[in-house]
Every structure is written in C-alpha cells, then in structure tokens.
Design a protein around this ligand. Sequence first.
Ligand SMILES: [Zn+2]
Length: 402
Amino acid sequence: MDEIVVNQQLDAKVESPSELKDTLRNLDKEIDRLTELNPKLFDKLLKKFEEYQNQINQWGHTEKNGELDDKQADLLTQIKHDFLDLYHDLVRFQRLNSDYQDAKGKVIFDIGNNPIAEKLAAKEGAHTFESRLLAQDAAIFEKYAEFARANPAFLKFGNALYYGTPASEDNPAHAYTQIENIEELDLPANLMIPHEQMRKANTAAHELYLEYCRQHNLDPKKQVAFVPSEQFSFGGHAGIEDRETREDTWHTYVVVETDKSGNGMKFVNQENGKAYYIPPYITALHETGHVQRYKMFQKRGESPPNGINEIAQVITAVINMDHVYKKINNLALDMTVEYPKNLPSDKKDGIHLGLLANTFRELLKKHGTIEAALMSKEGQTFVFSYYDNAVKRPHEISINSI
Ligand SMILES: [Zn+2]
C-alpha cells in the first residue's frame, strides 16, 4: 500500500514549483514508513530526487533572471528548504534501512544483493578486499586468542574492560543485560571524559582519527559511516559479510551511530551523578580496530568471546581517551590521571585506568600491537598482578566443597 502510494507520486510529472511542493508534501507523509519499503523503491526515490534537484536548480536560474514573481520566488525558497529536509530524512532512513536497523545487535549485512547497500559500500564505512586495514592484525589476534584461552587471567581482564566485571560473559550479572538506558552503563572505560568537555573532546578525537588515517594511508572519509540515529542505543558496529566466499562481493562494514547533531555517547556515573562522554571518532577507532583483525571470509559469529575479541579495542579506546583528556586539559602525556572508577580485578583495589593507559601506550610503542603488548613479558606481569590465572576444574571445586 505505502509502496504504491510512493510509486504513484514518483511517476507523476512535476512541472511547476507548486506541483513539486505538493509532491514533496505527499512524500513527506509516507517517508516515515519508508524503512519498511524495499531497496528498489529507495533507489527510485533517490534517482527521482536527483531529478527534482535539477528541476529546482533550473527554476532557480529562472528566478535569477527575474521571470518569477515574488510569490513564486518565496515558494521556491520554501521548496528548497523542504526538499533538503526531506532528502536528509531519506538518506538517514536509507542508511538505517540497510539491514543494520536492528540496533540491538541482530545485524545482517546483505551487501551483495542489496543495491542500496552496494551504493553505500562504494562510499563510507565499507571495507572490501582492497581495504588497507582488513586483516592486517588478524594473525597476531589469532595467536592472542589462543593464548587468552589458555590464560584465564587475560579473559578476566578483557571481561572487566568490556563488561565491567572479570566474570565470564555468560554470567547473567554482566552489565549489558541489566541496562536499558545506555546512560546508566557506567563502565570504568566510559567515565573518562567529562561530558561538559564534549566539543573540545570531539576535536581532539578527530585529530587522533586523522593521525591514524595518515599512519595507515587511508582516506578518512571512507573508513566509517556515521549515522545519526533516533534510538542511539549502541555506539558502533563492524559487521561482516561472507557472500559465497567470492572476493568481489565480500565486505565488512563500519557504522558509528551518533545523536542527531553528530555527537557521541553520554554516560552517567551512577555513584556521583556526573556525566561523561565518548566522542564518535573514539568509537570509530574501536570499530576500525575490529576490521584490522578480521580474516578474509570470516563469518559473523566466528569470533572468540568478547572478553578476547574486544580487549585490544577497549585498551586502545582507554589510551585514546586518556590522550584526549590530557590534550583538552593541557596535561603532559606521561602524567597519570585519576579517573573516577577503577577497573575491577581479583587483586589490589582494581586497575587505575590512568596507569593502564600509560602502561599500554608505552608497550604498544615497543611491541607494535596491543596483542603483542599483552603477551610480552611486561604485559603478562601487569595482567597477572591484577588477575588470578588459576583454572578451577570441576572436580577440584567438588572436592573443596566436601
Ligand atoms: Zn567492539
């Protein structure tokens, strides 16, 4: 039904500004429902909008030559305004519709069959076989995954970073299952940059991102798709698509959600009520880190547990946010900042994030990747000083309890 209405609107000829005004008004009524329509219709709509744009430009020329009266000129200005609003909505819905609409994580990237997604793939956020980032750290990551599986202290460290508790991710007590409002997700690594420093933090994070792109010889505009979201329920996602193991259709895809103004995520420390902030470019660097670790033709769901899969990205984010905090507060990079919440650990009072940032910033310089840093002698000493590496086997537990 919706599709028919939209199709009729698009097939109708528009010959005057007032007709276009009516068409836009009618499309506007339908556009909220466009997410449910098929990609072909989106395609048609986008093409039609290009036509409208040309038409508007032509009328604009006429306007310049004084052939439109004041009333028509006002109408045209209004149409341009409405057109841009509508076009903006359309592009936003188009992106949300590209099969990552379900913000809770059931993400499918059907890029090979989806003309809209294919179009996007040629633009922002898509990584094909030609991507310079793809798989460059996949080998060391695999080595680390094996190492962490054999060393529970490292899994605990990864869980503490990603879930806020060293307990295993299948423990129903972990943070994400309890949180409905993302602002309440007061994990230590979310509470580093005060929300009131948002603007400066955005600028500093953007500089970090540009530096990263320079280092990797990347086009900064093509690595990540930033999507303004209504729901804004998650920060970023690097999706993966293995389409019959064919190189020409294989993609991964990086999406970072922002609020409507392009800002990142806000978190509130539930203990003191203070608000903190993660800039979108910090999330972008987290997600491109995943792309660096993907293998060719890796399928979604093939990743190790998040305690292993996310550790490099969260440590990188802590290093980066520590950098941003120091930059915007004019502090030396080697000083240790006291952040509001320590990372929970088995031993001591937990890990100071400021210390963690400085330690791994130095280890990263020395060893090249977070994984190599973690497995290095210094990395192991650090992790084992905070987390117990003993594995409790079922029979040991039962003997103890007898
Ligand atoms: Zn991640």
